[in-house]
Structure formats: C-alpha cells, structure tokens
Design a protein around this ligand. Structure first.
Ligand code: DGL
Length: 265
C-alpha cells in the first residue's frame, strides 16, 4: 500500500456546517482519518467579500496540507463558489468542493419550479450562474438568500423561535413561488432540514448534496489510488479559529461525540 493512502483527508467550512458533509463522508469512507477546520472566527462567509473568503480558503488549505492532508474537501458552498478554481490552480492536492444540487432537483421536479436556499455570496457567484445555465433545462429556478440562518446553526439554535421565524420566511417565499423541490445550497442547512421539511410540507422534497459529495470524494480517492482501505476505523481531529470552548461544545452536540477541538494556529 502507498503510504499516501494512510494520510488524512482535510475538510473545512466557515464553521460547523461542514459537519453535515463530514458525517456523510464518515459513513461512505469508514477507514479514512479526517482533519476538520471550523473557521468560526470568520463565519459567516456568506456576507463577506470574495477576497476575504479566498484568503481564508488559502490559509486553511495550506494548514491542512501542512498537517499531511492527501486531499481537501471544501465543505462549504460559498468557499467553493468563490475560491475553488484558484485553490486548484495553486495546490496539486486533489480538491473536492460543494455544489447546490440543481441537477438532481431538475431531474425530480414535477412542476418545473425548483427553489434553492443558499448564502448571498453563493447565489451571486459566477459558478452558480453557470451551474443554473447548464442544468436548468427550461425549468424555473427560484433562489432564496437566507441571511441569519448560518449564525443560528453556529449558536446551535436549531429549534428556537428566531430560527423558526427565519425559516418560515425563507421557505414561505419559495412556497409562494410554487416550488416542489427545495435544494439546500449551504452545508449548515441540513441541520435544519427537519424544520424546513415541516414548514414546506410533504408535497415538497428537500435535497441535500452531502451524500453525493461523499461518493465523489470516494471516487476521487480511488482514482488517485489514495483511498485508505485497510478496513480499520478512521478518526477525526478538529480545529477552529473561533472560541475553542464554545465551538467544541457545539461540535460535540452536532457530531454526537466527545471530541477535542484545538485552536487553529
Ligand atoms: N456552510 C457554508 C456554505 O455552505 C456557510 C457559509 C457562510 O458561512 O455563510 O455556504
């Protein structure tokens, strides 16, 4: 076996949202070790300037590669939309990103109207515009920026009044336009998918891309012959640029494990 196979996979997000992707990767890739950076000191990315997001993406990718990452997963739609092309042009390491699930949504919509919930920065990106142009296939794509939602997840306020009011407003806007599919275009939102489904009702399907991305990571590791297939149980290490105790407390609840979070150097 190549020694590279036993090296970890680096993962980052503006905060804890990428844990929704990490849990899919843990299921899909049980032997892999993961390094996770929650850039909570800089969250949310969604209302930051593109240059700032790009700088953070570079700093964190460099850190993860320095820690031995054999591949990087940008578990953040916003950072993917803004920075992945430049990351790929600089680093040789395989870099896998997120993309709102426009393609599966178009394949499944009956009424030909699809709703996308994402951050302002994702929705205004060129990458998103190209994605919609490529796959919309004559359907109507209704976008909904959702300021405030990332902050609620970062506080682990998944069921409180303010979270519910924000969701009612954002999901309500999409329902008013007649959508029958809602795409979760931000990795924080799967932690709210139960509430989103409750508000949207049974006639609307909610789509998350975490599982598809985890499969893509497997494909990329296999193609590069760097998949860890020793059959052992992989582990996770966590860092944050935010308040370590607070972030650790939230990660423990979302990850449902007694993890230790270190300060990002
Ligand atoms: N999880 C990030 C995403 O997928 C949230 C971005 C933010 O921090 O606003 O877009």
């Amino acid at each position: 076996m190549d020694t590279n196979n036993v090296m970890p996979v680096g993962v980052f997000d503006s905060g804890v949202g990428g844990l929704s992707v990490l849990r899919c990767m843990r299921d899909e890739l049980p032997s892999e070790n993961f390094l996770y950076v929650a850039d909570s000191g800089y969250a949310p990315y969604g209302d930051k300037q593109a240059e700032c997001i790009e700088k953070r993406a570079f700093t964190i990718t460099e850190f993860l590669i320095g820690e031995g990452a054999k591949a990087i997963v940008v578990a953040c739609n916003t950072a993917t939309a803004v920075a992945i092309a430049k990351l790929r042009s600089v680093f040789d390491t395989p870099i896998i990103g997120m993309e709102p699930g426009v393609k599966p949504a178009i394949a499944e919509t009956q009424c030909k109207i699809v709703g996308i919930m994402a951050t302002t920065e994702t929705l205004k990106s060129e990458k998103f515009r190209l994605l919609v142009n490529r796959f919309c296939n004559g359907c109507t794509i209704v976008t909904q920026a959702c300021p405030g939602l990332v902050e609620q997840v970062e506080r682990f306020d998944l069921e409180g009044k303010k979270t519910f009011q924000l969701l009612e407003r954002y999901v309500g806007e999409l329902l008013d336009k007649g959508v029958d599919i809602i795409v979760l275009g931000c990795t924080h939102y799967p932690f709210l998918s139960g509430k989103i489904q409750e508000i949207a009702g049974n006639g609307v399907k909610v789509i998350d891309t975490g599982v598809a991305v985890a499969r893509e990571v497997r494909r990329r590791l296999e193609a590069g012959r760097i998949l860890d297939d020793r059959g052992n149980k992989g582990n996770e290490q966590f860092w944050t640029s935010g308040h370590v105790d607070n972030v650790q407390n939230i990660i423990r609840q979302l990850w449902k494990g007694d993890v230790v979070v270190k300060l990002l150097p």
